[in-house]
Design a binder for this molecule. Structure first.
Ligand SMILES: Nc1ncnc2c1ncn2[C@@H]1O[C@H](COP(=O)(O)OP(=O)(O)OP(=O)(O)O)[C@@H](O)[C@H]1O
Ligand SMILES: O=C(O)c1ccc[n+]([C@@H]2O[C@H](COP(=O)([O-])O)[C@@H](O)[C@H]2O)c1
Length: 191
């Protein structure tokens, strides 16, 4: 599952769990983005903080793990590089599914090497409450949408709540609230 995870929240975790159940997946590997080039105009927290929060949030689930491939690769993050690395590491016998939000998938035709992407993995878009996907002309059979139960949480809302002193308990796992406090993340309302 690819995302910026700034911070990871229960919407991401429910989405991963639902998609894993839907496709009977053995494991979900969370891959925090290194440099999200399509968010270049936004302030994004340090990759190491986003990685550690993802580890904390997923630690208790034996079927969830976290990969450093995107944060360890220099330069902007392209999913084609992510999938090439993961596919090489896991071998040819593994069926790869790339999970992300349906809103992100709607932009997939602008991603690097889009045609090759569809040869490496099946793409799954988690539909968030209130978001409708306008099919931008995705190839048939290569993309699935899975509806996620009503959890209208976003990372931006979590950041804004922290910046304005509102609680984020129960929107994110307890350890994430504590990590954000400890590191003083999201204190500035401009992010
Ligand atoms: N509550 C949710 N339900 C389903 N999908 C979600 C939910 N929240 C996030 N996603 C999806 O997970 C993917 C990765 O999430 P990302 O890290 O960008 O979080 P986000 O909450 O969308 O962040 P931001 O609010 O900063 O844009 C995104 O493509 C997003 O659409
Ligand atoms: O490959 C690309 O060009 C590309 C462009 C935009 C987003 N992505 C990936 O899509 C996933 C969701 O991104 P985001 O910005 O919605 O968190 C994440 O894994 C990104 O690395 C990938």
């Amino acid at each position: 599952m690819g995302g910026t995870f700034d911070p990871i929240h229960h919407g991401h975790l429910v989405a991963a769990s639902e998609v894993a159940h839907h496709f009977d997946l053995d494991e979900v590997v969370f891959v925090p983005t290194g440099q999200p080039w399509q968010k270049a105009d936004k302030i994004v927290s340090a990759a190491e903080d986003r990685y550690l929060m993802t580890v904390i949030a997923t630690a208790s689930n034996p079927r969830f793990s976290v990969s450093r491939v995107d944060i360890d690769r220099p330069g902007p993050t392209f999913t084609i590089d992510t999938l090439r690395e993961i596919s090489a590491a896991w071998g040819p016998d593994v069926d790869l599914y790339f999970i992300t939000g349906a809103d992100a998938l709607a932009q997939i035709l602008s991603w690097r090497d889009v045609d090759e992407l569809f040869t490496i993995a099946h793409f799954v878009g988690a539909t968030r409450p209130g978001h409708v996907l306008h099919d931008p002309g995705l190839p048939e059979g290569k993309v699935s949408l899975v509806e996620i139960p009503a959890l209208a949480i976003s990372s931006s809302e979590c950041r804004q709540r922290v910046a304005s002193g509102k609680p984020i308990w129960y929107l994110v796992p307890d350890g994430i609230v504590q990590y954000i406090n400890k590191r003083g993340l999201y204190g500035d309302t401009s992010s």
